[in-house]
Design a protein around this ligand. Sequence first.
Ligand code: HMG
Ligand code: MG
Length: 296
Amino acid sequence: MTQTINLVEVGPRDGLQNEKQAIDVADKIELIERLARAGMKTIEGGAFVSPKWVPQMAASDEVMAKIDRANGVSYPVLTPNMKGYEGARAAKADTVAVFGAASESFSRRNINCSIEESLERFRPVIEAAKQDGVRVRGYVSCVLGCPYEGKISPAQVVPVAVALYEMGCYEISLGDTIGVGTPHETRALIKAVAQEIPVTAIAGHFHDTYGQALANIWTAIEENVATFDCSVSGLGGCPYAKGASGNVASEDVVYSLERSGLKTGADLDALIETSLWISEKLGRKPGSKVTLAKTA
Ligand code: HMG
Ligand code: MG
């Protein structure tokens, strides 16, 4: 049987949240709709966070209200607390994501509270979502390194991942927020987390700052992880992790996996077109090697 890999397209959220320039709501909507037409089955549509903290995500309610939702496609949004959850519910989000960290300093800078406080804030969100039949994804940031604390060990990641899983998150996305981790470290991390929660509930979220993301994805696949986050054209970074580049480019992941005989359900040509389109809107060259190579 051909192995299927699930891709979570995070470009419209993780990608665009970091843009300094204003992006029209119409363009955000078109990006999401193009990604759905390119076969992406999970597309992060936005974030219900404080507009003072992340101005670019301020119109997430409008985006979610106006997108033409494709059958069989899920559009998760980030919700750091109950206020965010209420916004997401009003916008008819089918899936929400809470986001914690393995590093205390990053937790403070990103969501203004300690790791423990963050888990207490997530608990009512997850409870309310259970009542409403909304699925909750859990993120853990800084799993291989922190912009403020340096190296992070698997022992710091495991308790946060376990707490989110036990509270009811269906999937835990392990984020190398600043893209410093190597395959060797990725293997140790996945082994440690998979000892405590089912490997089927683990996703990889690799930023490509140091060019390690694809190698880390392949290592995680060898450890039986089958879900990965990616960002069309390699868009993005994190506003609270200076210098972090975008998530691994969706086109590069699809090219590498499909050419190796794995199935992603994505249409590479349509992704490349989307990558070129959004790059033109943002006034820069695509951040995907595959897109650059195929359009040279
Ligand atoms: P706070 O200031 O501690 O919140 O921020 P507060 O509860 O004290 O409220 C202060 C103000 O914010 C109030 O408004 C609230 O109403 C408002 P005011 O009375 O001053 O006018 N507020 C909100 N507004 C809209 N939506 C909300 C909300 N909550 C409070 N949900 C808070 C705490 C979490 C809100 C803030 O720190 C925040 O919004 N942080 C978001 C940071 C963020 O979005 N970071 C990027 C996403 S994470 C990421 O990129 C990593 C990831 O990709 C994985 C990886 O790569 O590792 C996921
Ligand atoms: Mg990220």
